[in-house]
Design a protein around this ligand. Structure first.
Ligand code: SAH
Length: 219
């Protein structure tokens, strides 16, 4: 059965996108399968079907973007999510990345600092049937109340690794965060080896919108 959010045309375009992602080096089947199930066009204004299945970032309103599919796939691979993993996402945006994590069976907690986007994503993903915990707030603080987490994902460019997030990782937990200045950031993966020992690896350069402090109440 096809969901009311999807269409045969979109499914066809999505399969081509998945093939492109595989060619670009995304080799984790569970990531590609989750991306093949989520109708990305439903997360974009006016359902831009043509744009939705190109491997490009796209504006979602409030000066923000839905990340490029390759970036979503790459960050998701680095997180090593398994079923029942408890995952915290900073930067809900459109909610697309949160949906991918939920499709993989993770328990998802996601924070957005712009009220307009928080409300929109919460309502859309609710209507799509996802069981995700949405929070309006400043991701620099994380969400200690629901932690610690198996994985934490930052989908905005952080000037440095946010220390509160390191503290909210389980032992063995992974933090994936793009760190750097506005035009280019290095993707870092930090693994909490023990209570006070963290190991950082580097995974190439990306361009994200900035991670900003505080919240915006907007409309
Ligand atoms: N994961 C998103 C990508 C969103 S772009 C998606 O799948 O569509 C990054 C988002 O991070 C923006 O919506 C921006 O408002 C948000 N953001 C930036 N700084 C933040 C912070 N300190 N706390 C929470 N969200 C933040």
């Amino acid at each position: 059965m096809i969901s009311p959010f999807d269409s045969f045309e979109a499914k066809g375009k999505r399969q081509i996108l998945i093939k492109t992602l595989r060619e670009k080096g995304i080799d984790r089947d569970e990531v590609l399968e989750a991306m093949n199930r989520v109708p990305r066009h439903s997360f974009m204004d006016n359902a831009f079907l043509h744009h939705a299945y190109q491997d490009k970032a796209f504006p979602i309103g409030a000066g923000q973007t839905i990340s490029q599919p390759y970036t979503v796939a790459f960050q998701t691979m680095l997180l090593e999510v398994t079923r029942r993993s408890k995952v915290l996402e900073i930067g809900t945006g459109s909610g697309y990345q949160a949906a991918i994590l939920a499709e993989m069976g993770a328990r998802v907690y996601t924070i957005e600092r712009q009220r307009e986007l928080f409300l929109k994503a919460q309502s859309l993903l609710g209507s799509m049937g996802y069981n995700i915990h949405f929070f309006f707030g400043d991701g620099y603080e994380g969400k200690p109340h629901y932690g610690p987490y198996d994985a934490i994902l930052v989908t905005a460019a952080a000037p440095e690794i946010p220390s509160a997030l390191l503290e909210q990782l389980k032992t063995g937990g992974r933090l994936v965060v793009p760190v750097g200045k506005h035009d280019s950031q290095e993707m870092l993966r930090v693994v909490r080896k023990s209570e006070d020992n963290y190991e950082t690896t580097r995974h190439g350069y990306f361009a994200f919108v900035p991670m900003l402090k505080g919240t915006v109440n907007g409309k």
